[in-house]
Design a protein around this ligand. Structure first.
Ligand SMILES: Nc1ncnc2c1ncn2[C@@H]1O[C@H](COP(=O)(O)OP(=O)(O)OP(=O)(O)O)[C@@H](O)[C@H]1O
Ligand SMILES: [Mg+2]
Length: 488
């Protein structure tokens, strides 16, 4: 795309030949005769370079320079003048112009200035691109998952991001609460403001208070200087209070007030501070239960539970496991430079059958470890943590079908099928035995689901008055092991 130039000068004897010269050089040129016209053109569309006379009448080229710096910071500005002074030249550069040219302007001089302006513009554009990449890293694009429940999460995130509403993120450890909090910040208009994170469980109560609200020098032993608290630091941005359930009763009272009015006093100070910070809170505990037990203030609970984003545990969105596994594989392949292409199907099946108590963090760690250990192009079951391999084999004894003597082989086969049966059964129940939805949730097609159901002896309740678990156990023992487990 051609570099665009806005040429601003009242002198048409200069403008015409200069515009012509610039067009010959491949620039896309627009002209304006004064300040007002220039602003009009600039608000209509962005320019890469503004080349402007200083003397524009009432408002001069310096004012135009300031306007551009404020409204279109990526645009480079070159000023020109008939009456150059050193002072003005210095001033122009100080205010952000690329160059200050004194008329009559030599062609070579102009060319050098334009080159410099283009280089500056490209640098700024590159910076913006990098920044956008960073935004992606912490924005919605950083969150992987296509499960219906994740789609609902994305919708909520987008809906609340640009509001000031308090958001409560709940979910087991490692389900992506911190990631979600960052995504909300990144998608909000506050994205250029601070994102301040406080882990409420990590500090003893006394320190936590000073950490949150700051203190005056001398307000307690060790408070040698004034200190700004996290709430003050989050002004204009987002404050993320993690592990909120661990807040002590005293702190809960203070939080109630600051979350309601965004007002507080630093420790040892009588001055009330007001901040504009958007609160996001997270917990992996059941707050409602804690309220019932009297361990968490009910009024605080209602204050923070305005919008609740519930992150599903990984085992409830097993269909996302391959996607996440590939995502982390790519990440660690790039980090380690190892030529690992993917997973053997046995390894992938182990990943899909495991119940992931540590959720996505545990999956990420497992994949990182596997990439490091992997000696070929594909990750094998041996590269995965022993817990995964053990859990695929250690089926509760009760679920083993009772076999007569001499049939240990059959019992083992059935045991090996158990994790898959559990997974399919859970998906069926979660989707009300709707095959279409279940197949989608499991990431397989409907025909495959039918086949699996038959193999695993899973029939919907109404077709089987005796209850499906009994039946499932029986036919599980009779069926053939899937290829996968035979290999694994
Ligand atoms: N949907 C996801 N897509 C990609 N990566 C994810 C996703 N969810 C979580 N992660 C990654 O998993 C790890 C754990 O996520 P995060 O720290 O956000 O979890 P958490 O719920 O805050 O955990 P904790 O309760 O321990 O604080 C991080 O490295 C994060 O980047
Ligand atoms: Mg966290």
């Amino acid at each position: 795309m051609a570099t665009s130039v806005l040429l601003v000068d009242a002198d048409r004897y200069l403008v015409q030949p200069m515009a012509e010269y610039l067009r010959e050089q491949g620039f896309e040129v627009t002209t304006a005769r004064n300040y007002a016209e220039a602003i009009e053109r600039l608000t209509e569309g962005e320019f890469d370079i503004v080349l402007s006379e200083v003397d524009l009448g009432e408002r001069d080229g310096f004012a135009l320079l300031d306007w551009v710096k404020e409204h279109s910071p990526e645009t480079s500005v070159i000023l020109m003048t008939g009456y150059g002074t050193i002072d003005n030249a210095v001033e122009a550069i100080r205010r952000g112009a690329v160059d200050y040219l004194v008329k009559p302007i030599l062609v070579e001089e102009l060319r050098i200035s334009l080159d410099r302006a283009m280089a500056q513009h490209n640098l700024r554009a590159e910076n913006r691109r990098l920044k956008r990449q960073l935004d992606d890293r912490y924005g919605l694009d950083a969150i992987v998952g296509r499960d219906v429940r994740m789609l609902q999460v994305y919708e909520l995130i987008e809906a609340v991001a640009d509001t000031r509403t308090t958001v409560l993120i709940t979910g087991e450890s490692g389900t992506g609460k911190s990631l979600t909090a960052r995504a909300i910040h990144r998608l909000s208009r506050r994205r250029n403001g601070p994102f301040v994170e406080v882990c409420c469980g990590a500090l003893p109560e006394t320190l936590l208070e000073s950490e949150l609200f700051g203190h005056k020098a001398g307000s307690f032993t060790g408070a040698v200087a004034d200190r700004k608290g996290k709430f003050a630091l989050a002004d204009g941005g987002t404050i993320f209070l993690d592990e909120i359930a661990t807040a002590s009763p005293a702190l809960q009272v203070k939080l109630l007030r600051v979350l309601q009015d965004m007002e507080f006093e630093p420790i040892g100070s009588s001055e009330t501070i007001r901040v504009d910070a958007r609160p996001i809170l997270a917990t992996n505990q059941d707050l409602e239960q804690l309220v019932r037990e009297g361990k968490f203030r009910e009024d605080l609970y209602y204050r923070i539970n305005v919008i609740n984003i519930q992150l599903p545990p990984l085992r409830e969105r097993a269909s996302d496991i391959p996607l996440l596994a590939e995502h982390f594989l790519k990440k660690y392949r790039e980090e380690t430079g190892k030529p690992v292409r993917g997973f053997t199907s046995a390894a992938m099946d182990l990943l899909q059958c495991y119940h992931w108590p540590g959720n996505i963090r545990e999956l990420e760690n497992a994949v990182e470890r596997a990439v490091v250990l992997c000696r070929g192009e594909l990750i094998e079951p041996e590269d995965l943590p022993p817990t995964l391999r053990r859990s695929a084999l250690s089926v509760p004894v009760a679920s083993l079908p009772s076999q007569g003597q001499g049939a240990p082989q059959k019992g083992l086969k059935a045991a090996l099928l158990e994790p898959e049966r559990q997974l399919v059964l859970a998906a069926l129940e979660a989707n009300n035995w709707n095959k279409q939805r279940t197949a989608k949730a499991l990431g397989i097609n409907r025909a495959t689901l039918y086949k699996k159901m038959r193999k695993l002896g899973l029939l919907p309740p109404k077709q089987d008055g005796q209850g499906r678990s009994k039946q499932a156990g029986k036919s599980g023992a009779d069926s053939k092991p899937s290829e996968l487990y035979a290999r694994g």
